[in-house]
Design a binder for this molecule. Sequence first.
Ligand code: HEC
Ligand code: HEC
Ligand code: HEC
Ligand code: HEC
Ligand code: HEC
Ligand code: HEC
Ligand code: HEC
Ligand code: HEC
Ligand code: HEC
Length: 406
Amino acid sequence: MKLLAALLLAAAPAARAADSCVSCHAALDERNAAVIGSFARDIHREKGLSCAACHGGDPTKEDMAEAMDPAKGFAGKPEPAQMSQFCGKCHSDPKYMRRYNPSLPTDQAAKYATSNHGLRLKAGDTDVATCASCHPAHSIRPPKDPTSSVYVKNVPDTCARCHADSKKMAAHKLPATVVAEYKDSVHGKALLGRGDTAAPACNTCHGNHGAAPPGVAGIGQVCGMCHVNNMEFFKNSPMSKPWAKAGFHACATCHTAHAVQKPTSALLAGDAALCARCHASSSKPRAVAAALKAELDTGESSYRAAEAAIAQAEEKGMDMADARDALDGARTSMYQARTAVHTFSPEAVAKVAGEGKAASGKALQAAQDAVKDFRDRRVGLGLSTFVIAFLAGALYLKVRDLESGE
Ligand code: HEC
Ligand code: HEC
Ligand code: HEC
Ligand code: HEC
Ligand code: HEC
Ligand code: HEC
Ligand code: HEC
Ligand code: HEC
Ligand code: HEC
């Protein structure tokens, strides 16, 4: 462990002057040695800030009491309630931070104070996240570093330390399932499985430091950051106002917030349908739902029919490039039709789905024409083969006749 400290000191000529904090702590015990070890990669260490920058004290003194003298500003280990101020003494000071990185925001402590975490901490609840829960002391890395606790793909596990802890969550009357649900959702699979950073992590929806709880204005709009058209359509739909009044979430009421799965038209009809949760079976909205489903399903089946016909034609070696173009157009229209469902207007969906059906129809026709063309040519080929064979036979007979007549 002495070696570790020696390495660290050797690697930091500026700090070598005499950092008694590092040299003494490295030799104390395994736990302290681990602190010193992980600190070697801490962003603060990289920027030339050592132990005393955060903890205070006098790193030029070898003597323990002198080095860790409260009169020299030594503050020891911060309690959770002090954490915001502890980190904020630098991170909330724009003048100080500008010297290192002018583009770094200095609002973390202010936002944290308004978050559910911050508010509960102020009320004396030390189960909540403080700065050091999400940015573990002595191994803090910038968010862009893939090894950082707050790198986008690591955020769910950082939150999971508490939000997947059933004992802790039960004590706060919160579900401990949100992380597992999220990981199994379209978003979790896209981000964590395929590395698609267009998909949201916990902080994309809840904020980095605001940790907006449900009910906070804004969380209702959060899906619309990315699904812009769905939100526009929903806002102009007949359900928007009554839902807002009733406190229903614009999107999560139907799709859930964390367990979002790939939707299908099956959500629209039948007794298990979403709509059946609020609308009686003979009501107008259920008729609307059935009409929406019919539009989507017929659109989908004409797409499928065209796709199969094209595949068949391609198998026979026909060039189907134009039909494929028409089919792509149909695919786009059907995507748009699924988005237009959020108008909850059969007319609006019929318009877009109609374009899709027309394009599928065109593609199907092209494929069928090509197959017919192929058959005609085959019949033609058979016919001409027959004629040629006949002529050849006749010619042979004629030649034989001529030869035998000699
Ligand atoms: C000569 C050895 C020595 C030096 C020099 C030294 N420390 Fe310590 N430090 C210790 C020991 C031993 C403890 C544990 C004391 C205890 O358990 O009360 C400790 C405890 C701490 C703690 C934990 C306090 C708590 O409240 O739990 C912090 C933080 C700390 N030191 C930071 C520093 C900093 C910063 C410096 C340099 C300015 C420094 N130390 C210099 C030996 C040293
Ligand atoms: C960026 C600020 C920062 C720097 C720099 C820093 N620490 Fe800490 N340290 C903290 C925080 C925050 C805690 C409390 C962690 C917690 O409660 O989870 C802490 C806790 C400690 C503790 C108590 C550990 C424990 O688990 O009880 C010791 C000892 C300590 N630090 C020593 C050091 C030493 C030695 C250095 C330099 C090598 C150092 N710290 C550098 C922020 C810092
Ligand atoms: C002594 C001042 C100081 C204290 C105290 C301090 N920091 Fe820092 N912190 C800095 C500086 C300077 C940087 C480097 C900024 C840069 O150049 O990007 C930094 C960088 C960071 C970064 C990386 C930012 C980025 O994107 O580059 C994080 C995260 C961070 N600190 C969190 C904390 C936390 C959490 C605490 C409290 C436990 C804390 N800091 C305490 C000064 C401080
Ligand atoms: C609930 C978890 C959580 C808590 C609590 C938290 N942070 Fe963060 N912090 C994050 C996340 C997530 C990011 C990453 C943002 C990103 O991807 O750009 C971040 C980013 C940062 C950054 C980089 C600059 C920025 O604002 O994006 C700094 C500095 C920082 N935090 C400091 C703090 C300080 C200081 C506190 C306490 C007042 C704190 N954090 C509390 C999760 C947290
Ligand atoms: C150190 C533990 C801890 C960590 C880490 C943590 N949280 Fe929390 N969080 C809590 C506790 C405890 C509560 C409940 C506070 C209360 O009683 O209202 C809470 C509350 C919340 C709430 C409000 C829920 C509500 O309805 O009251 C949201 C949202 C939240 N956390 C999001 C996050 C996100 C996102 C992350 C990760 C970036 C995160 N938390 C990391 C402990 C944590
Ligand atoms: C796509 C956006 C989104 C993502 C990603 C997301 N949340 Fe949420 N979260 C929400 C919304 C919206 C609500 C409110 C749901 C409601 O009002 O019905 C919520 C509610 C919560 C609650 C309160 C639950 C309750 O029942 O009271 C917690 C805690 C929470 N989220 C934590 C997390 C954590 C941890 C993650 C990451 C694993 C995460 N969230 C990811 C949007 C999201
Ligand atoms: C940061 C952007 C972002 C936010 C915020 C977001 N999403 Fe998504 N969403 C995506 C991306 C990207 C995909 C595509 C994932 C994939 O490729 O499987 C997606 C996929 C979906 C799908 C599946 C679409 C399909 O055709 O299979 C649904 C449903 C969905 N999101 C609903 C929501 C809801 C509800 C919310 C709010 C609680 C939300 N999204 C918030 C980016 C976002
Ligand atoms: C009343 C229930 C309901 C509400 C509210 C709702 N959706 Fe949907 N959503 C559906 C149904 C049903 C489908 C399935 C259409 C299909 O795929 O056949 C769907 C499909 C989707 C899709 C996949 C199709 C596409 O557009 O790519 C996304 C993404 C989506 N919804 C996002 C949202 C968002 C964001 C909100 C909030 C603005 C929202 N939904 C509100 C019922 C709802
Ligand atoms: C969470 C409850 C809830 C769900 C789920 C729900 N609705 Fe509604 N819907 C309402 C409320 C409340 C109203 C406004 C009052 C009313 O007209 O009944 C409404 C109104 C409507 C209207 C306007 C009715 C009119 O007379 O103009 C239509 C259309 C509609 N919903 C269709 C749907 C469809 C389709 C679904 C399923 C995809 C659905 N709703 C799911 C609660 C819901």
